[in-house]
Ligand binder design. Structure first.
Ligand SMILES: Nc1ncnc2c1ncn2[C@@H]1O[C@H](COP(=O)(O)OP(=O)(O)OP(=O)(O)O)[C@@H](O)[C@H]1O
Length: 241
């Protein structure tokens, strides 16, 4: 199968500070890939670089085999990418429904069945009840649902999710993760940045581990042993016995 998205020796950073030192990653159409690694490993930077939020060379990122590195974020959205950013970044002072509608204006061509407000409400029924409420009055979990719904209304072929479980109660995390198979069933590929390694393994088909801006492990999520993950996550010298 040819990759939907691939990165090739991807280098990115902030000013003089290089955060990624040559990342090779592949995401196939419709698959779920988890991205794990300690704080500061470069996971968010990788998502930002893919999304066009950091300058990178064209050949370092390919979409459908075509070089797209460094394209403007709005162009990446048109090409079928969307991001659920760290910290959710909702528009405060606007209602749930207004936040959701924002994305529709710049949407890509739908992969399969288009996402509509009604479909997002079916996925997260609480959002329908809160449709007219200003987003700052929602719980963290509900805000995360709005952020995911907003990204879905951009009709992504590839949805990049940055720590969607962060700071949420286990019950809410389960509720949000339970929605992911339905998103995949629509043909959307997912990249999940996730701190909870067990959750990352269960929710994905393949997994990449980053350490200090490099890939230290990748493979089929169900086949990677825990000690291999520990070694890749912390560095071999810190591996668990
Ligand atoms: N806006 C920024 N300006 C300068 N340096 C940054 C910026 N954002 C991240 N960094 C640095 O880039 C490196 C990678 O950070 P990044 O946020 O990508 O890691 P991460 O794996 O997503 O970690 P976390 O789980 O803490 O979000 C770190 O050294 C971090 O300090």
């Amino acid at each position: 199968m040819s990759a939907l998205l691939s990165t090739h020796g991807l280098i990115a950073g902030y000013g003089d500070m290089r955060a990624l030192h040559g990342i090779d990653l592949r995401v196939d159409p419709g698959e779920t890939v988890a991205l794990i690694g300690a704080n500061g490993a470069g996971k968010s930077t990788l998502l930002r670089a893919i999304m066009g939020l950091l300058p990178v060379a064209p050949d370092m990122i390919r979409l459908d085999g075509k070089p797209v590195g460094g394209s403007a974020p709005h162009r990446m959205v048109r090409e079928g990418l969307a991001i659920v950013p760290e910290g959710r970044r909702l528009f405060t002072g606007m209602s749930v429904e207004e936040n959701l509608r924002v994305a529709s204006e710049h949407a890509a061509d739908p992969v399969a069945e288009p996402w509509t407000l009604e479909r997002v409400y079916a996925l997260f029924p609480i959002l329908k009840e809160k449709a007219r409420i200003s987003v700052e009055n929602l719980s963290g979990g509900q805000q995360q649902m709005v952020s995911i719904g907003r990204a879905l209304l951009a009709q992504p072929r590839l949805l990049l999710c940055d720590e969607i479980s962060l700071g949420l109660a286990p019950k809410v995390v389960r509720e949000i993760y339970a929605a992911l198979p339905e998103i995949s069933a629509n043909g959307t590929a997912l990249v999940l940045v996730e701190q909870d390694v067990g959750l990352a393994q269960r929710a994905s088909q393949r997994l990449y581990c980053l350490l200090e801006g490099r890939v230290t492990l990748h493979g089929q999520s169900g086949e990677i042993a825990r000690d291999a993950i520990s070694a890749a996550y912390f560095g071999a010298s810190h591996a668990l016995d």
